[in-house]
Design a protein around this ligand. Structure first.
Ligand SMILES: [Fe+2]
Ligand SMILES: [Fe+2]
Length: 348
């Protein structure tokens, strides 16, 4: 099924009457999306650039261009072309603005409303693979990984894990689907703004618990002072509305593609093990899985599953490579996994 079919069940969405091409064009011409894309690409995402990019940059140190009498390097120490400086600072400013909005508007009430709205799963009906293709059609345009179609990121992550952990079939599939929640950016799903969908602008603190105090390890923590929850005495203590070791399952997380894909997987009765669902739901919760924050909310099961999330995260961040996975070659394997763990058609 294609994007058109995905829109078929979209409940009263205006996108139901427009063609895929129109949607793509609309997306392509959305200047804010473009700005955010540009912003994301060279912002803090660079912090998680691959080792090979760093290697390239060190090679580039020797690469020079003749400028008058002087030989000047083409690239800076980070491998960026000097001519890109202006563009980069603009991108950084836009990323910062995206964080500001995210931290101000992500309140407990906001996230619960989004969960309720999207938890109805009445936007579309399609298979997992159809959603991958929908993302390929659309979200590659607005993903922070500017030069990498979303499907490539998914397949590269899944294939890298498959190479190193050949027997963990559930983990291969988890990797393939972990970012499918980015379909929220698609017009058929309400064309949510980037600040409440994508959490990979930075290597830290992308999603976070709501209903308790914001931890200092969350990136751009300073923007939370404008979040109304910061002034709510019920929410601004260490535990807030929660009890010690309540379990992450009982926490309201900030809304984004992680939470949405978790709702989709759970709502369609996936047979993926709990660790797979944990990875999908918390892979952008960097304050927890990278900096060890909020452990007081975790129970013993969370701590066990965290080990798998940390395995996964390494591949999510570093699987980006120039090696293009032959989609047609690996597709039968992933279709067989999808068949094992999901119904043929899912509600989204
Ligand atoms: Fe993600
Ligand atoms: Fe990812």
């Amino acid at each position: 099924m294609t994007a058109a079919a995905a829109r078929g069940n979209s409940s009263g969405d205006s996108a139901t009457s427009s063609s895929v091409e129109q949607q793509r064009q609309a997306a392509a011409t959305s200047s804010s999306d473009q700005q955010q894309r540009q912003a994301a690409a060279t912002s803090n995402e660079d912090e998680i650039s691959t080792a090979e990019e760093r290697n390239e940059s060190s090679n580039a140190e020797n690469e020079t261009a003749v400028d008058g009498e002087l030989d000047v390097p083409r690239r800076n120490a980070f491998g960026h072309d000097f001519r890109d400086f202006e563009k980069e600072s603009m991108r950084n400013a836009i990323v910062q603005e995206c964080y500001r909005k995210n931290h101000i508007y992500q309140t407990c009430d906001f996230a619960n409303k989004k969960k309720e709205e999207y938890g109805k799963l009445n936007k579309a009906e399609m298979s997992i693979w159809e959603c991958c293709e929908l993302l390929k059609d659309y979200v590659d345009e607005s993903d922070p990984d500017l030069d990498e179609p979303q499907i490539d990121h998914l397949l590269q992550t899944a294939e890298a894990i498959r190479r190193d952990h050949p027997h963990e079939h559930w983990l291969h599939l988890t990797a393939l689907i972990h970012d499918l929640g980015k379909v929220l950016l698609h017009p058929a799903f309400g064309e949510e703004p980037q600040w409440c969908v994508v959490g990979r602008f930075h290597s830290s603190g992308d999603t976070f618990p709501l209903g308790c105090a914001f931890d200092n390890n969350i990136v751009h923590h300073q923007f939370f002072k404008e979040n109304p929850d910061s002034r709510n005495p019920a929410f601004n203590t260490k535990l807030g509305i929660y009890s010690e070791n309540i379990g992450l399952d009982n926490i309201t997380m900030s809304w984004g593609h992680d939470e949405y894909m978790y709702l989709v997987a759970k709502g369609n009765n996936t047979t993926l093990p709990p660790a797979g669902l944990f990875i999908i739901r918390f892979h952008s919760f960097y304050a927890m899985h990278r900096y060890g924050a909020y452990t007081f909310l975790m129970n013993d099961e969370d701590k066990e599953m965290l080990k798998w999330l940390q395995v996964f995260n390494k591949y999510d961040l570093y699987s980006k490579s120039k090696v293009k996975i032959n989609q047609e070659e690996v597709k039968p394997y992933y279709l067989s996994l999808i068949k094992k763990y999901f119904p043929e058609k899912l509600k989204w």
